[in-house]
Design a protein. Structure first.
Length: 414
């Protein structure tokens, strides 16, 4: 069982409060939530400011894509090391160090921008460094949660963290755009630096918890984490299912939806924004629903059902005849995604002993986003030839993933 550092009222006698309310009463959890929210807002300020700066310097959209992509390479390459560092030095310490390092990098870039001396190579260097800090911050954040809330409150804790991600997605780009337009990119990068430092300061009061007394090298720690997951058959298979689902579904959502909105529905930008808003609404409802209710039955069977429902949702989105129909489909798909993500990450956290949390969470993050560049490139190539093929191909691949998962005894028994 996990050690819980949640505030003492969680262990008081008598009837327990509803899960979401119970988690919110924990000061430690509120600090973690606020730190993640601050870091996410900082990331969106970075995205808008760097994209605008790159366009101003080069006038090239290709350069914008290259600078933004420069952060994804170290993020993926170092994610497993980030998880190992979290286990070795504690999640709190890793988050603190990563946040302060990012704050320093963004502070330097802000000064260069405000003094009108920033150059393109500096934007590339900053992107690489930001990607590296993210590789350490994200798995540490996920592995810290089980140390702060009770074991049976993990769904509630993850649900509220997901809500914070949605709020940041809604507020961050809009606020960053206003700041860049009114005060300039340098000020926005300064806000990024301040938000990053704030995230570190918020986690500083949290308990460090235990760490792994390892005599192995960092790469040895990564190897041990991989061997642990490989030896845990249900965990290994579920991670493979998650990776396959994200690979096949991501392109239909992030590439297919914009093309669909442009070709089929009136004002494409309005349709696209509405579709993503419907997805976000559904994801929020699904996450909060999962946070308020324990896993209904075995997680393996639930995973199979949810993957199959997502495949059906992708197919339905591809043939939606009107925008209202598409919005209903996106709310339904988002609800399934939000609930499934909350249940699965909580199951992984509950299944993993504290000394391996960082490495398992880093593998979970890689399963979710590690193949994103390849998936998006493949989806773009398919959509350029036949948009219908992208949606139907993605849907069939997701349904086959559900079928193969259903045939796995390890998944059914998980």
């Amino acid at each position: 069982m996990f050690t819980s550092y949640a505030d003492g009222d969680n262990n008081s006698p008598g009837p327990r409060r509803p899960p979401l309310d119970d988690v919110l009463r924990s000061r430690s959890y509120r600090l973690l939530w606020s730190a993640q929210f601050a870091a996410l807002l900082a990331g969106y300020f970075n995205y808008v400011a760097v994209a605008w700066l790159t366009l101003r310097i080069t006038g090239s959209s290709l350069a914008v894509g290259a600078v933004l992509a420069a952060a994804s390479v170290p993020q993926a390459a170092l994610m497993l090391l980030g998880g190992a560092a979290s286990d070795r030095s504690s999640p709190r310490t890793t988050m603190l160090a990563a946040s302060l390092a990012r704050g320093i990098v963004m502070g330097v870039l802000a000064v260069l921008t405000l003094t009108r001396s920033v150059q393109l190579w500096q934007l590339f260097a900053a992107a690489v460094l930001v990607g590296a800090t993210t590789a350490f911050f994200v798995p540490a954040s996920a592995s810290l949660l089980p140390r702060l809330v009770a074991n049976d409150r993990l769904e509630a804790g993850n649900a509220l963290l997901n809500l914070g991600r949605t709020l940041a997605l809604v507020l961050g780009p809009a606020a960053a755009g206003v700041v860049v337009a009114v005060a300039g990119a340098g000020t926005a990068l300064g806000a990024d630096a301040a938000g990053s430092v704030l995230a570190g300061l918020l986690v500083a009061p949290l308990p460090a918890g235990g760490s792994v007394a390892s005599t192995a090298s960092p790469l040895g720690d990564v190897r041990d984490g991989l061997l642990h997951v490989w030896g845990d058959t249900p965990l290994r298979v579920v991670l493979l299912v998650v990776a396959a689902l994200n690979f096949f579904a991501l392109g239909a959502v992030e590439v297919g939806l914009p093309a669909l909105a442009h070709l089929r529905f009136g004002p494409g930008a309005v349709a696209l924004g509405s579709a993503f808003a419907a997805w976000g609404l559904g994801s929020t409802l699904g996450s909060l629903g999962a946070g308020a209710r324990p896993v209904p039955g075995q997680i393996g069977r639930l995973t199979v059902v949810m993957v199959a429902m997502l495949g059906a949702g992708i197919a339905a989105a591809g043939v939606a005849p009107t925008l209202p129909v598409l919005l209903v489909v996106m709310v339904a798909v988002g609800t399934v995604e939000g609930a499934g993500s909350t249940y699965l990450i909580s199951w992984m956290q509950r299944r993993t002993e504290p000394g391996l949390q960082g490495r398992v969470m880093s593998l979970a993050m890689l399963a979710s986003v590690g193949l994103e560049p390849v998936a998006l490139a493949a989806a773009g190539a398919v959509a350029s030839r036949d948009l219908g093929l992208l949606f139907w191909g993605s849907a069939i691949a997701v349904e086959l993933t559900a079928l193969l998962a259903a045939l796995s005894r390890s998944v059914r028994r998980a």
